[in-house]
Design a protein around this ligand. Sequence first.
Ligand code: ADP
Ligand code: MG
Length: 699
Amino acid sequence: MLLETKIEFLKGVGPQRAELLQKELGIFTFAQLLHHYPFRYIDKSKIYTISSIDNDQTYIQLKGQLIAIGTVGEKRAKRLVATLKDETGEIELVWFKGIKWLQGSLKMGVEYIVYGKPSLFRHTYNITHPEMDLVSNALLTNDVALEAVYPTTEALSNKGLNAKGIHRIQKNLVAQLTHQIPETLSDEVLQQLGLISKEEALINIHIPKDENTLKKAIFRLKFEELFYLQLNLLRQKVIKTKTIKGFVFSAIGNYFNTFYNEKLPFELTDAQKKVIKEIRKDIGSGKHMNRLLQGDVGSGKTIVALMTMLIALDNNFQACLVAPTEILAQQHFENIRELLHGLPIEINLLTGSSKTKQRNEIHEKLENGTLQILIGTHAILEDKVKFKNLGLVIVDEQHRFGVEQRSKLWRKGNNGVPHVLVMTATPIPRTLAMTFYGDLDVSVIDELPKGRKPIKTIHQFDSGRMKLFGFMDQEIKKGRQIYVVYPLIQESEKMDYKDLMDGYESIARRFPLPNYQLSIVHGKMKSADKEYEMQRFIKGETHIMVATTVIEVGVNVPNASVMVIESAERFGLSQLHQLRGRVGRGAEQSYCILMTGNKLSAEGKLRMETMVSTNDGFEIAEVDLKLRGPGDIQGTQQSGLLNLKLADLAKDGQILQAARNTAVEILKEDANLELEKNVRLRNTFKLLLSGKINWSRIA
Ligand code: ADP
Ligand code: MG
């Protein structure tokens, strides 16, 4: 078959270049070259005049003569500078590499087509490393207006396969294609989405007929990548649903009802009600619940968790809640015990620092079933901890809790797999949620309890510290408490501790005893000391809590209304948002103050602006995704998403949604892809899973 042909047999390649293509780009066959996509296109139809250049954003094409060529600078700073002139003006062209070769080949007085991105340098524009083409050549070879530009390597460029060289061999390949590329989507899908055929898409991504067809080609190929990714994830979910039976919690009984009618201290928000309904639908149906509960900090996830636990209890099951830190487990324990006060429910706490005697008692009561709710840390995962009848596991803060640990909890049910509810306060964009948690169902609490005043966020440069201290004093006098948080990054740990200590001292000087009480908490303290300081702050005995990011997750002190974040430019957006969520939990107006150095990078500035302009965690997550790309976002590494060739999760949310919807519809009708009309899907899917083709690898 043509597509399986070895690359060396392509016109313009040969054995030497073939070896390099294999080594440098992993291209062995015609098919693999076809899936080596361009990363941009040159619009050959438009020629700009030099005087009309007025921004440095986009690639443009110029036409003119070289009126000067020469080198400037010495050694490493040496560069080749040429002046291009057209009828409207002059512009400098600069090269740092390949100087010798260029100097030998560029000709004065001849017309060139120059392609590149102008940038402003000392008030005039220049273009570094432009592509140069003789007008005579350009006219000869240009049969299309949009010319593909390919990624390549230095070794390949040296053998004539630079961006242009690759374009040349792609042309040779595409010229041979006449209905050899098998279709990989079903006719039904093609029709429903108005997609062009695979062959047409591949031809046009390399040699676009026009802009519109190119768009269609890119859409079709992106869709396909995302479609098979979703198909895979959704299939796994279908299989799980079929093989794992869930306990049926059919009764809503005394525990739930008494709590709801007599103990619930506030009215649930509509979002909380909606989520509880979603959960009840899972656990009441014989389906195994594997659900992610997303909700911004302070949105009230705990009460949802508690009410779900009560349903488990009503059905004679035990429930447990696992938190990422001792402080949090402790807080959950106390909070929940208080909420349940007066109800005949046995509840206990198990952490790394539980005493042996207490441990033994817990173990015993778990096994005989008298202990109904266990709250704790990872200590719950130990093999010694066995339940009589565990029906529900709640995990708080997903991102510190791996898949493996989740599955450990599964095995704690001795006569079935307990339902799992994972709670996270790290909002992730919907596109990512659809994909990372493809195997989980997702519920979202997208509404904060009523009466909360939105937190006011202010960005302040370090030079305004006196003002900050004044403001802190004013809030303390009103009876409020304040967090001051310092970054702690492993690589610069020593410096960071020094910053923290220096900061603490200057605060202590400005806010001296006995009128002011300070707490300090950081990772180098013993856990008992940390606990002691936290408790002092929680009880309102101290005014200011100076801390590293150990307080990031979950701590709830409603009277704390000011969050000061030092060196805020060193934090990522999601972390800033998490920290801010520590305040704004009481009835008072809360503030978040972002302290930064006077000089900020463009990205740092955007992060501060985003924080100041919105409190919406999802909006922040979208910006974060755009800034960092999916590669840096938690969980992507294992998800296979980074193997996407064309699709970009930061930008292609709509295509992803369409792909997912399509996959859902297909699996609903034909879970095993057995229908005749889905035969292409079945075959392609099989090939993808077996790794036989990798144009969009699936993890
Ligand atoms: P998170 O989602 O960050 O875990 P919590 O469950 O800790 O949030 O809830 C934050 C605070 O909001 C708690 O003090 C809780 O009692 C309160 N809360 C939760 N739901 C409501 C509600 N519907 N109305 C008023 N306050 C609520
Ligand atoms: Mg919480």
